[in-house]
Design a protein. Structure first.
Length: 143
């Protein structure tokens, strides 16, 4: 998956945002959609903070089992610390699962599972950055 957007994919992402924001879930699954999208579509124009926070979100969700609400709290804590955020290598392939495939899943549990599969797919594509993300969070005392 390259960073270029297709109209159907962008529309699927917008529909997913609408779908998630319209649901009454306490775990804020919307954060996972935002992080997967940001990391999957990063390019040389992407600000380091955007990719860093997306990868942190994916790490905390996939590796640590955190909810979107927990990830969001971590993002807020980190944003309060002004710093120069690292640059990460952007892989040419960024996951096989896309927003279009997620949207194709039936609403409810099936779509929620598809969102998790999307996050895993994107996180796996950034395998060369896994250790750097974990070390960054360790530096800030976040697990």
């Amino acid at each position: 998956m390259v960073g270029a957007l297709s109209a159907p994919e962008e529309q699927a992402y917008e529909q997913l945002q609408f779908y998630i924001l319209g649901r009454a879930r306490m775990d804020f699954i919307h954060q996972h959609i935002v992080d997967a999208w940001a990391a999957q579509h990063a390019d040389e124009q992407t600000k380091p903070i955007a990719l860093t926070f997306a990868l942190i979100g994916l790490y905390l969700h996939i590796e640590k089992g955190q909810s979107g609400r927990q990830v969001q709290r971590t993002h807020v804590r980190l944003a309060q610390r002004k710093r120069c955020w690292p640059s990460f290598l952007i892989p040419s392939e960024r996951g096989e699962v896309t927003a279009v495939q997620v949207l194709a899943a039936a609403p409810g549990q099936d779509r929620d599972q598809a969102i998790d599969a999307w996050c895993s797919s994107v996180w796996d594509a950034y395998s060369e950055s896994h250790q750097a993300v974990a070390e960054l969070l360790e530096l800030y005392g976040i697990e």
